[in-house]
Design a protein around this ligand. Structure first.
Ligand SMILES: [Zn+2]
Length: 141
């Protein structure tokens, strides 16, 4: 959990987001270039099987399966309309401290929601496993 310290604030800045796009498959003759992706708030979060996963640093929405003609900003708005970053009217650098703190509070809500969801999914997965164990144990008797 690095989102509450400086490391977590780093991604508010375009240059830092842009730096994550090493190995990004779309660079030329397309709309979803690293520059446009970073501008739209996305950071590149590839995994072994999915080289084109990108996640909004703010609302944590993950999108993959990008097509060259996809517009990152439009995709972001349509998949995560409640994201405060993509609907921000000002540049982060132009926000007042108060505006920034408000924004950061909204971001933390997204983070907490995601953590809760992950914990719930884990719990449900464990419960499912347990039920399967019990069923098979009963079946053996
Ligand atoms: Zn977002």
């Amino acid at each position: 959990m690095d989102q509450f310290n400086e490391e977590g604030l780093k991604m508010y800045f375009y240059e830092n987001r842009l730096k994550t796009y090493e190995g990004w498959p779309f660079n030329e003759d397309c709309t979803c270039t690293p520059e446009n992706m970073a501008k739209a708030g996305f950071i590149h979060t590839p995994s072994e099987n999915s080289p084109d996963v990108a996640m909004c640093f703010f609302c944590l929405k993950e999108l993959e399966g990008w097509e060259p003609e996809d517009d990152p900003e439009k995709e972001h708005k349509s998949h995560s309309p409640s994201c405060n970053f993509i609907t921000l009217k000002k540049k982060v650098e132009e926000l007042t401290v108060e505006e920034f703190l408000k924004l950061q509070k909204e971001r933390q809500k997204f983070m907490i929601n995601k953590h809760c969801k992950e914990a719930l999914d884990k719990f449900e997965e464990a419960a499912k496993q347990k039920r399967a164990d019990i069923k098979s144990a009963m079946g053996e008797e």
